[in-house]
Design a protein around this ligand. Structure first.
Ligand code: ACO
Length: 160
C-alpha cells in the first residue's frame, strides 16, 4: 500500500438521492443493464478523497446469512496502490457488523489479478457459473488474452 494513499479519504454509504457513480461501476461491469438489475436493491459504498469519489463497492443480500459484492472498482489513476485490498477488508467488516456469515464475489475466468487479489484476501473458490459471460454479454470479453466464458464464484467466511 502506498504510505499515505488513504490520507484524506472517507468511506461512506452513498445517500439515497445521490447520483450513482456509473463511470466507476462500469469499470467492473461493462454492461449497464446488468448493473441496473442490482443497483436499486443494493447498498452502495464509496471512497472519497478530497470530496471526490475514487472507488466504490456494492453489496447485495443473497440470503439472510449471505451477501455478495456485486461490483468493486477503483478509479484508474488510483489502481494498484492498495485501495482494492482495503475496500475488500472494509466490506467484510461492514457485512459482519450487519450480521452476515459469509460474503460472495464473482469474477471472470480471465480476470487473473482479481482472482489473485480475492484469494489473497481470504476468499475461496466455491463454484463456477458456466458460460455466464458468453450467454449474457453480446460481445466476447477478453482479459489477459483469455476469453471470459465463466464466472468464478468465491466465498469468504466472516465469522473466523
Ligand atoms: N497486475 C497484477 N497485479 C496487480 C495489478 C496488476 N495490474 N494491480 C494490482 N495488483 C496486485 C497488487 O500488487 C496487490 O498485490 P499485493 O498485495 O501482493 O501487493 C493486489 O493486486 C491488490 O492490489 P490493489 O492495489 O489493492 O488493487 P486495486 O486498488 O487496483 O483494486 C480492483 C483492485 C478493484 C480490481 C481495481 O484494479 C479495479 O477497479 N479494476 C477495474 C474494475 C474491476 O475489474 N473490478 C472487479 C470486477 S469483479 C466485481 O466487481 C465483483
Amino acid at each position: 500500500m502506498d504510505d499515505d494513499i488513504l490520507q484524506y479519504t472517507r468511506l461512506r454509504e452513498l445517500y439515497e438521492d445521490e447520483e450513482k457513480p456509473f463511470e466507476l461501476l462500469l469499470l467492473a461491469d461493462e454492461k449497464r443493464e446488468a448493473i441496473q438489475q442490482y443497483i436499486d436493491s443494493a447498498r452502495i459504498f464509496v471512497l472519497e478523497k478530497d470530496d471526490i469519489i475514487i472507488a466504490v463497492f456494492v453489496l447485495q443480500e443473497i440470503t439472510s446469512l449471505s451477501i455478495e459484492i456485486k461490483n468493486i472498482a477503483v478509479a484508474e489513476a488510483y489502481q494498484g496502490k492498495g485501495i482494492g485490498k482495503y475496500l475488500l477488508s472494509e466490506a467484510a467488516k461492514i457485512a459482519q457488523e450487519m450480521g452476515y456469515e459469509d460474503m460472495l464475489i464473482g469474477t471472470a475466468n480471465g480476470s487473473i489479478m482479481q482472482l489473485y487479489l480475492y484469494q489473497k484476501e481470504g476468499f475461496e473458490i466455491v463454484g463456477i457459473r458456466k458460460n455466464f459471460f458468453t450467454d449474457n454479454y453480446p460481445k466476447p470479453i477478453y482479459e489477459n488474452g483469455i476469453l471470459c466464458k465463466h464466472m468464478i464464484v468465491l466465498q469468504k467466511k466472516l465469522n473466523t
